[in-house]
Design a protein around this ligand. Structure first.
Ligand code: MGD
Ligand code: MGD
Ligand code: SF4
Ligand code: MO
Length: 750
């Protein structure tokens, strides 16, 4: 008999995390539609969400723990064996080399951070110190700048802004924030509002812009500096704002007063008139909101660009008002701004607690005594997604122990000593901690729609089993809390806070303690939500007014709402003046002077604005978001209706010169590797710039069960060494390359 279930959840493909309602028949997703009650997406989804069955029912889903045999193959083992062996081997690394030699990577992709919150307790128990994830190959430069300027993360009021500035992102395809496409259409149709886009490509978004600053690839720093130069030199600066709310403005203004605007316009290839007109529009607007992404975060001068992009709205006083920028609340902060340090082997800068992804392999492939010895990878596929896949594979094989937790048998799993199969994001309680909105910020705890696939476990349970095997928290601590939890939430709160007051060290184990004590009392098997009880209390303590305005008297009420609302909960409602409370500096002022970046800015005058050579004359942007890309979350190439192989986009001029046609084939050669792709001649591209999509080249079982890869695996082509000098983030958008035509059969591209 066929069974059908329907439930509310969210799309897990990008940071917008639109609310959806899914109907499953015999575990296949047969209907998916937007959830109108979701606080942010309000019924909107893009097309990609409709294909979530490809994630849920991929043919390479894992269903048993795997252990690598000496011959390199994998054998299935039971969970008890896997947990006992992994705990024993982790403990051995800790005891012999020190817990800080155990490195943790991942903890959540685009839809799942709940498991990652429990991993913190595991790392604590092991004494592990170093970790990283996707943020440290895209956002850490911006986070470093944020940390210095105000110590928080900003939300852009894109919905109400009179002028919207997008620096290196293409939300028509990448979304990342609620209702991106309807929002763009409304913005473009409104004669009183203006869209300014920085992109070397005439992307779908750039084509809708009022001002398209079509920079030469990698030269945004000059373009941004020129715009800031215009603002200062034509005195379009909000001096009152700078006086009242900032320190260190003088040296910044002095430097910008000297920017040779015409010269920099030439360097970035944008007409000076256009730069001046766009700057004047920003300088005279009622409100300006700015959003940046990979186009600058994964290219030359990326950290400097983040700084300059923020100065556009800071110098014009576009903060803490409607249509402008604001610092926002978090349910749980995704990062710790200001938590800095250095990596143990190469001394790479750790930003907001994350070691730069481009340095991980270098921290392993060495005989340095401080090198990492073991690595846990959870909810991430670094072999596919980090620069220089070959180096990462070698690094994994050089470790004493590697454990990968994933739903699928990924490129990274294929290098691990142990592979642990996770329940999918529709088979367990799950949530993301992308709570990035202002003034109404929302959090969505998602209930499972299906039972876990036999053989799989949710990550919180995997962590709990490892922690039990490690005897991480004594039963004498847990038993009384379990009793208290049986007697109700109030008694539990009393007992829990009393326990951590007597032994503050236990606070770091809080997620695990909550899972073991409060967890079993939660309704509908929502044990994994236990850590959110602590998060809700912390949030209510940190932002009492904003939580009260959202309708909650305290942490327990907020927690109950999170637990019972299937479409997500608005957990804070802020007022504009409140946003100043989120400035970390004691004087609540922005600190504008960042010496290192001002030096880099000064150096632009004499710096080269080109990184190509005669051997590698093109700039390859390795990782364009398109209609049919979704990171590495859809592994089955059959999900794509078009662009099956992921075409190499090239300008008409270059194509003609090289004798290439749409549907023909070309070889792309870089410093690190070579690949073949089908060609699409596209007037989106400017001469000298080529582009390949992300999310291709993944191994997937073909008809005979053997893995086949479709399209280019980008990180076989990228180098660890091309990276930002401050944040260490990779130049995925700026890979020097050459293109060689191949004579072969033509392929239908679209
Ligand atoms: N469809 C789809 N959506 C996604 C994803 C996906 O895989 N597929 N992934 C999600 C994730 S993880 C992320 S981080 C976001 C990324 O979202 P975006 O950053 O918006 O996406 P990209 O296409 O990588 O890059 C944006 C633009 O940068 C431009 N660019 C290239 N070089 C330069 C340059 O030198 N300067 C400037 N100014 N621009 C440049 C490219 O032409 C491109 O149009 O997308 C998310 N959304
Ligand atoms: N060259 C190049 N490289 C890039 C980029 C680029 O533009 N160009 N973009 C970069 C960016 S911005 C990003 S964000 C990344 C993304 O790269 P990654 O962070 O490595 O990963 P994702 O593709 O988001 O997928 C994460 C993994 O989580 C697994 N997964 C899904 N659900 C679950 C679950 O419930 N539990 C567990 N344990 N695992 C699960 C998936 O199978 C997948 O293997 O790629 C980066 N790499
Ligand atoms: S915008 Fe992002 S979260 Fe929303 S449906 Fe599309 S891919 Fe999913
Ligand atoms: Mo990303």
């Amino acid at each position: 008999m066929s069974t059908e279930v329907t439930g509310k959840t969210a799309c897990i493909l990008c940071a917008a995390n639109c609310g959806v309602e899914i109907t499953a028949r015999d575990r296949r997703f047969v209907r998916i539609r937007g959830d109108k009650e979701h606080p942010h997406s309000a019924g909107y989804t893009c097309e990609k969400a409709l294909r979530l069955d490809h994630y849920q029912n991929g043919r390479d889903r894992l269903t048993s723990p795997l252990r690598r045999r000496p011959d390199g193959g994998y054998e299935e083992i039971d969970w008890d064996t896997a947990i006992a062996e992994i705990a024993e081997r982790l403990a051995r690394v800790r005891d012999v080399h020190g817990g800080d030699k155990i490195f943790y990577y991942g903890g959540g992709a685009q839809g799942n951070h709940l498991g990652g919150s429990y991993s913190r307790a595991l790392l604590q128990a092991l004494g592990a110190k170093y970790r990283s994830n996707a943020l440290a190959r895209e956002k850490t430069g911006e986070m470093w700048v944020d940390g210095q300027l105000y110590g928080g993360h900003t939300a852009a009021d894109l919905e109400h802004a009179e002028v919207v500035v997008l620096v290196g992102n293409n939300p028509w395809q990448s979304h990342q924030f609620p209702r991106a496409r309807p929002w763009l259409r409304e913005l473009a149709a409104d004669p009183d509002r203006t869209l300014i886009v920085f992109d070397p490509r005439r992307s779908e978004t750039a084509a809708m812009a009022d001002f398209h600053l079509r920079v030469r690839p990698g030269t945004d720093a000059w373009c941004l500096a020129a715009m800031l130069g215009v603002l200062v030199q034509e005195d379009l600066v909000d001096h009152e704002f700078l006086d009242q709310h900032t320190t260190g403005a003088e040296p910044v203004l002095e430097l910008l007063a000297e920017v040779p605007v015409a010269d920099y316009a030439g360097r970035c290839g944008v007409p000076e008139d256009l730069i001046r007109a766009a700057a004047r529009r920003i300088g005279t607007a009622g409100s300006v909101a700015e959003h940046e992404d990979l186009g600058i975060q994964q290219g030359p001068h990326s950290t400097l660009c983040s700084y300059l992009a923020k100065l556009l709205w800071i110098l014009t006083g576009n903060f803490a008002k409607r249509g402008a920028m604001s610092l926002h609340s978090w349910l749980v902060p995704l990062a710790s701004p200001g938590r800095e340090g250095r990596s143990p082997v190469t001394g790479a800068r750790i930003i907001a607690g994350y070691l730069p992804c481009n340095s991980i392999a270098e921290e392993i492939r060495t005989d340095h005594p401080e090198r990492f010895r073991a690595m846990i990878v959870e909810s991430a596929n670094p072999v596919s997604s980090l620069a220089d896949a070959r180096r990462f594979r070698e690094a994994m094989r050089a470790l004493d122990l590697t454990v990968v937790v994933d739903v699928a048998f990924t490129e990274t799993a294929r290098e691990a000593d142990y592979v642990l199969p996770a329940a999918s994001q529709f088979e367990k309680w799950e949530a993301t901690f992308f709570t990035l909105e202002f003034p109404r910020n929302a959090f969505h705890l998602r209930a499972p729609i299906l039972e876990p696939l036999p053989g799989t476990l949710p990550e919180p349970e995997i962590h709990a089993r490892l922690l039990r095997a490690l005897d991480a928290v004594d039963e004498s601590v847990l038993a009384p809390l379990r009793d208290a939890a049986e007697q109700g939430r109030e008694k539990f709160a009393e007992a829990f806070f009393a326990t951590v007051a007597t032994d503050p060290g236990l606070m770091r184990m809080a997620p695990h303690i909550l899972y073991e004590t409060l967890g079993p009392t939660l309704p509908d098997g929502a044990r994994a939500a236990a850590a959110l009880w602590g998060a809700a209390h912390l949030c209510a303590m940190t932002n009492p007014d904003a939580v009260r305005r959202a309708g909650f008297a305290g942490g327990d009420e907020l927690f109950d709402a999170i637990l019972t609302s299937r479409s997500g909960v608005v957990f804070t409602v802020d007022d504009y003046p409140d946003t100043w409370h989120y400035v970390r500096h004691a004087d609540r002022r922005f600190r504008l002077e960042i010496g290192e970046l001002l030096d880099e800015l000064r150096g632009l005058t004499g710096a080269e604005a080109s990184w190509v050579s005669t051997d590698f004359p093109f700039v390859l942007s390795a990782g364009e978001r398109r209609s049919f890309t979704a990171n590495a979350l859809y592994r089955d190439p059959a999900w794509r209706r078009r662009d099956a192989e992921g075409a190499l986009r090239i300008s008409p001029d270059d194509a003609e010169r090289l004798g290439l046609d749409t549907g023909g084939r070309a070889r792309i050669v870089t410093e690190r590797g070579a690949a073949e792709a089908v060609v699409e001649v596209s007037d989106m591209m400017q001469p000298g710039h080529i582009s390949l999509p992300n999310g291709y080249g993944l191994d997937y079982p073909g008809g005979d069960g053997e893995p086949v890869a479709t399209g280019v695996a980008l990180n076989e082509l990228t180098s660890l060494l091309r990276r930002d000098p401050i944040a260490g983030t990779p130049w995925h958008k700026h890979v020097p390359a050459r293109v060689e035509p191949l004579a072969a059969t033509r392929v239908e591209v679209s």
